[in-house]
Design a protein around this ligand. Sequence first.
Ligand SMILES: Nc1nc2c(ncn2[C@@H]2O[C@H](COP(=O)(O)OP(=O)(O)OP(=O)(O)O)[C@@H](O)[C@H]2O)c(=O)[nH]1
Ligand SMILES: [Mg+2]
Length: 428
Amino acid sequence: MFFDYTKVFVKAGDGGDGCVAFRREKYVPFGGPSGGDGGRGGRVILRAGEALRTLADFHTKKHFRAGRGGHGEGSRCHGKNGDDLVLPVPLGTVVRDATTGELLADLTEDGQEAVVARPGRGGRGNARFATATEKAPRFAEKGEPGEERWLELELKLLADVGLIGLPNAGKSTILSRVSAARPKIADYPFTTLEPCLGVVRVAEGESFSLADLPGLIKGAHAGAGLGQKFLRHIERTRVLIHVLDTAGSGGQDPAEAFFAVNRELALYSPELGKRPQVVAANKMDLPDSRFNLDRLQAALAGHELFPVSAVTGEGLNRLMFRVAELLRELPSPEPLPVEAPVTGDEPLRVGREDGMFVVRGKAVERRVAMTDLANEEAVKRLKRYFMRSGVEDALRAAGVKPGETVRIGQDLFEYRPDDKTGADVWGE
Ligand SMILES: Nc1nc2c(ncn2[C@@H]2O[C@H](COP(=O)(O)OP(=O)(O)OP(=O)(O)O)[C@@H](O)[C@H]2O)c(=O)[nH]1
Ligand SMILES: [Mg+2]
């Protein structure tokens, strides 16, 4: 099996919790706050490399988590950062957020990396919350949860040139003649079941990669045969070699074969239909080919046609030199344009789910997750944040009544207006 598509779950490490501690010194009856910050969590990173050829590794294991940050300690000791998790992927891996479809990375270079899950930052220790009025804060932040998401990984091979044509045309035989690749070759259609890459050396220091694909048949764009499943692997090629069985074995007229395959290509992707092509009129060692060649050349007038024989090797050098020449003239392919990550905060949203009010918004959810709800001082601070940031107003506008339950992130609150101060306050 050729694994070129999968979904995986990644979670960056949570930040470590901040620490509540106070300095203890001889002769100092009550030292200042000295709790250190938690360390940040580990990142999840995808790294492209030549060691892997497919996404097969991700079919057995699908969940990946980076290390969490260490907790802060007394004496303002910072927790240690969580370990990053680096996942190797093959060159040509396209990474999307599986939920939103957002393109996160197109890893086309050896060693190229993409951070696919942002780590949580460490919670601040109580030393950081000391102010002129509050000299001895007895609370600290909890670590921020690391980002988690499902990713869609799709491999699109990075080949300079693709071999296309009907099954049995001789594509694999050509690849085996011009490169060190050893694809399976046999006298029946659909011998090649998955793409195969080879490297063609045309001169000292000049080479290109050549991909052999399963044969295309009529209806391939709509899923007939094996071809369509693999067409994505020629999307990034710059030149196509269209291989024909010039002898017309099996009663297939070579010119008709040529137009049928091109129709399938264009139906799959108009862009692929316009990709520069050179025609390899193959099997020229067979007598029928000599007989058909003139007619084929006439039918394909305007196309660059090279009579070749993959069996005798005739014409293959000329064909490969011409392809190398075309590659020199054509611009290098651009990696897919990655959308800039969305920064800034989304507006607050209040809705009703399962009979309770739900407040959504990255900032408020993070704030709640980082609050130690067992700590009275920390909860007071959170209440002030609710007032200031408009959570309170948004809820009131949505019609929340005293005693009703409000969920923010993972936590539940009871909405409790406080009569004494006249202001609305919150309790767990
Ligand atoms: N006489 C002759 N036979 C050839 C030539 N090229 C390929 N063949 C034969 O044609 C048959 C099919 O060759 P393959 O290279 O497997 O064809 P393919 O296009 O890769 O076919 P699929 O993988 O099924 O799409 C094999 O029996 C080859 O030996 C050639 O130049 N001359
Ligand atoms: Mg083949």
